[in-house]
Design a protein. Structure first.
Lengths: 259, 417
């Protein structure tokens, strides 16, 4: 988690956003204690609800910049992800993908590379998995995300740039970060740096690639980069426009100018 | 503090209970409702969705109840008063997150218009079978407050009270109305804003660096700050210390787990006398007391009237606040009366607590009802008559079947050998 937090800290600095404006709800897998030192407000919620909780935070106070850090997103929180995108709720999703659900299927190269990873991540499927994984970026794009990017945790500068860019962007933005899961080891020191390196070296940067072509497959290189960057009115913008139209003077736009 | 006139639609209305509750929420200063439509609670959400934007409040239809309740807690953390609206199945979905809210001590209100269950059950018919779920539904130890209104006017009044209690004790507050009360249309008087008392949020205003999110005040309730105010909040559903940090070392974990859960329970238990509201009638000389809540208490009124016409000394104890349970009051009455009669639209829930608190000193008679309807006043009358004649102390809860139930299940179900 540390490389991502480092990139997050850099990204905040680069973006020029005041850390006190940022709220970070996370779901169960991610409770990075270093977050205490970033100056943001941190909410460690329950399994899969970081986006729904973040939606509440944003609508409760539209001045906040809400950055959910999520790991259970594609399973228990899948529906919130889909609808967050549909609404274009103003959230920046940092999706930490540690392949625990074996997004690389079968006896894949990255997983074969590391014996340790293999034994620890297969506890729920000891005879290997055969289910097709999600292409998170493609899903995000299909749901209506306005910004999608994917980096490995070692692409620190690129990741920081993406975060900085997305912090200043309005709408549903998704940044997927590939990182071996330190939570499955006793301490972060034991995270296999080989695997981290393997992801990094086995990746190829293709900015602007169509999201449907960026599925991570065992034999091919991992495609990273910034894939989508477009404009679409956010939920609050649409809400204000619609209600102003219907109610006229009786309606005060939610969140004022910042909304 | 008085209500903001912008939120109060003063006037005399002829509306149903759901709509009254939506009006009550706005009057109480609710700024955010996240909900998902479910019969028979939809009218409350509809009402709020219609009136909220004019008063600067937001209604959003979330993708499901899991999201509704999570967004409500999120918005509460952002510093605004929040509520969600639901019924049986949606209420069940919310359970995990209700415990999360209790652990975070975020104030929020849940309006549950109870319907017949289990499962999809009888969506358009009444029930009171979520009472224990409201108390024990989420895992772990925590306490909540539950209020059971009996009329549309009360749904307005007690929605405001629910918000006030939520802010005062920083806990989930449930309005456990039922379909009958929710869909009953009656006169509702919305008073002027300056006649409505509002409890403001307990915001912290001491020195910034001294703030501890979970350091309790004298009444065991900590002060809050808003997200985005620069307090570098660290809030977690893990067992946490006063700073809000999760406790990871073994020894302090045991200690903190005890002190955290103990306070979550005690802040309600020890303040119970201030929280509990009861409506008591003719209990001074009563032989029999009818303990009821929600729509059942309105039906009971006629049964009690008939019994008094027959010369039976019967009183009434109406539980406006069902949780925390009025232990003391029941124990005190048990010493004086022969029996308690408890009509409930379920097969026995609140009656267990009546029995627990009567300590075997009075008979406890349950009039069960399967739901999808209410008791007939004659059922309550016959239970009162039975209670007044029975001089023997009978152990446990005595079931007094309604006439309809006797008709349908004359013998009741019996296990075949």
């Amino acid at each position: 988690m540390n490389p991502i937090i480092t990139a997050f800290a850099k990204g905040i600095k680069k973006s020029g956003v005041k850390p006190s404006r940022i709220s970070v709800p996370s779901d169960i897998p991610f409770e990075p204690e270093v977050v205490k030192h970033l100056g943001v407000d941190f909410f460690h919620t329950i399994r899969g609800r970081a986006i729904a909780f973040g939606t509440g935070l944003k609508l409760g106070n539209p001045d906040l910049i809400v950055v959910p850090f999520i790991g259970d997103m594609m399973t228990i929180g899948g529906n919130h992800f889909v609808h967050g995108g549909r609404r274009n709720m103003d959230l920046l999703i940092i999706c930490v993908n540690n392949f625990v659900y074996r997004e690389i299927g079968g006896k894949s190269a990255p997983i074969q590379k590391c014996e340790k990873e293999q034994t620890t991540t297969q506890k729920f499927s000891p005879y290997s998995t055969f289910e097709k994984p999600f292409n998170a970026t493609h899903l995000a794009n299909s749901c209506g995300a306005v910004y999608t990017a994917r980096w490995t945790a070692l692409h620190t500068d690129e990741l920081a740039n993406s975060i900085a860019e997305a912090l200043n962007k309005r709408g549903f933005s998704v940044i997927e970060v590939l990182l071996p899961g330190p939570n499955y080891y006793t301490s972060i020191k034991e995270t296999d740096s080989n695997l981290l390196n393997f992801y990094y070296k086995n990746s190829v940067i293709k900015n602007g690639e169509a999201p449907r072509f960026v599925t991570i497959t065992p034999k091919e290189k991992i495609i990273v980069g910034k894939f989508i960057d477009k404009e679409r009115p956010t939920f609050i913008e649409q809400y204000n426009a619609q209600l102003s139209k219907t109610l006229g003077d009786k309606f005060t736009p939610h969140g004022g100018k910042n909304g | 503090m008085k209500a903001n006139p912008r939120n109060v639609n003063t006037g005399i209305y002829y509306i149903d209970g759901d709509v009254a509750s939506g009006q009550g929420a706005l009057a109480a200063g609710c700024r955010f409702i996240g909900g998902y439509p479910i019969t028979p609670s939809t009218e409350a959400a509809e009402a709020f969705a219609k009136i909220a934007p004019k008063a600067g409040a937001v209604f959003i239809q979330m993708e499901d109840e899991l999201a509704s309740i999570a967004s409500v807690i999120g918005a509460s953390c952002a510093g605004v008063k929040t509520m969600t609206i639901t019924s049986g199945p949606g209420y069940s979905l919310m359970m995990e997150t209700i415990g999360f809210g209790a652990m975070l001590e975020t104030p929020f209100v849940i309006l549950n218009i109870q319907r017949g269950g289990p499962s999809t059950g009888a969506p358009t018919k009444t029930g009171q079978a979520d009472m224990m779920q409201s108390r024990w539904g989420s895992h772990g130890d925590y306490e909540i407050i539950a209020i059971a209104p009996e009329s549309p006017q009360e749904l307005f009044d007690y929605t405001i009270k629910a918000f006030n209690l939520a802010e005062k004790y920083r806990c989930p507050v449930m309005i456990m109305a039922d379909e009958c009360v929710g869909h009953m249309t009656e006169k509702v008087v919305i008073p002027k804003a300056d006649e409505i008392e509002i409890e403001p949020r307990r915001f912290y205003n001491g020195p910034r660096d001294k703030y501890l999110p979970f350091k309790p005040d004298k009444d065991l309730v900590p002060k809050m700050v808003k997200a985005g105010d620069g307090y570098k909040l660290y809030i977690t559903g893990h067992t946490h210390d006063e700073k809000g940090y999760p406790i990871l070392t073994q020894n302090s974990k045991v200690k903190t787990q005890k002190s955290t859960t103990r306070r979550l329970v005690d802040k309600i238990k020890l303040n119970a006398d201030k929280i509990i509201e009861l409506k008591e009638e003719n209990t001074d000389d009563a032989d029999v007391v009818v303990v009821s809540y929600g729509i059942s208490s309105r039906v009971a009124v006629r049964g009690i009237e008939k019994a008094r016409e027959k010369g039976i000394k019967v009183g009434s104890l109406r539980l406006v606040t069902v949780w925390p349970f009025p232990d003391k009051k029941i124990t005190e009455l048990a010493k004086k009366v022969k029996a308690f009669v408890v009509p409930e639209i379920n097969y026995g829930q609140v009656v267990f607590d009546v029995e627990r608190c009567s300590h075997g000193e009075a008979n406890v008679i349950l009039i069960p009802h399967g739901g999808a309807g209410v008791h007939h006043p004659d059922d309550i009358l016959s239970a009162i008559e039975y209670a007044s004649k029975e001089n023997k102390k009978i152990e446990g809860i005595i079931e007094h079947k309604t006439k309809l139930e006797k008709l349908i299940f004359e013998e009741g179900y019996k296990l075949k050998e």
